[in-house]
Write a protein that binds this ligand. Structure first.
Ligand SMILES: [Zn+2]
Length: 242
């Protein structure tokens, strides 16, 4: 019911459109644009947004393999998680859960902090995430941890809000061990934690690739979405290979 109410809240009747393009997650061929926003684009069957579909499109193209892949996704809910669980046998899901020790399970989901993962080196073939790293205090440390737990030639495929015509803008800084705002505090919404509950440390720009290269990734690129798909509102996807 809450999902239906949320959908109604998003509708802008002047911008409402339908399309018969295929969903990149569930292959259903009816998409709706509730409003001119990437989160207002939804598959009418699985509910995947333009962000999830852009991520799934790049994931599918770059993970074709004859052997089963070990996939690590930095969340535990939503259409992309359902797609991963339906299409891969070895999927690890995690969340950063308040007041739970790292490595412990709550309702079947393991608690992990991407800056300090409990996994051994070279555990996974692919790591995915959606809208996570802008909320990670030390994102370079997070990228380094992902690099460590990926197997040789492993892939990190993810989305963050990104401005391709700008460099990254840090919204906070550390002074004598104290974190202070440079720009007004910004909060984003999260499926588990709620609306406006997750602190945003930065607004990424194209130099995100340099951060990935600095921890060792040998090939990095930003995959630009096709303007003819997803009502022209697809999301750039960051791709990095160990
Ligand atoms: Zn779908």
């Amino acid at each position: 019911m809450a999902r239906i109410i949320n959908i109604f809240k998003q509708i802008n009747f002047k911008q409402l459109r339908f399309s018969k393009q295929r969903c990149h997650l569930c292959n259903w061929t009816l998409q709706i644009k509730l409003c001119d926003d990437e989160m207002g684009i939804r598959c009418t069957r699985c509910g995947a947004s333009a962000v999830s579909q852009s991520l799934a499109q790049v994931f599918k193209k770059s993970t074709q393999s004859d052997h089963p892949l070990k996939v690590y996704e930095l969340s535990s809910t939503g259409p992309f998680v359902k797609y991963l669980l339906a299409s891969h046998h070895h999927v690890t899901l995690s969340e950063l859960i308040d007041d739970v020790p790292l490595g412990e399970y709550v309702n079947g989901v393991i608690c992990q902090d991407v800056q300090n993962l409990t996994y051994k080196d070279e555990t996974f073939d692919v790591c995915t995430s959606s809208e996570v790293f802008e909320h990670v205090e030390n994102d370079t440390r997070g990228f380094r941890e992902i690099y460590r737990v990926l197997k040789p030639a492993g892939k990190l495929i993810f989305t963050v809000p990104i401005a391709l015509n700008s460099t990254t803008i840090e919204r906070t800084r550390l002074i004598n061990g104290q974190r202070e705002q440079i720009l007004p505090a910004e909060y984003h919404s999260d499926k588990l934690k709620g609306v406006g509950k997750v602190f945003c440390y930065r607004n990424y720009g194209f130099d995100i690739l340099q951060r990935l290269q600095s921890v060792g990734f040998s090939y990095t690129t930003i995959v630009i979405p096709d303007k003819n798909e997803l009502f022209g509102l697809g999301r750039p996807v960051i791709y990095a290979e160990k």
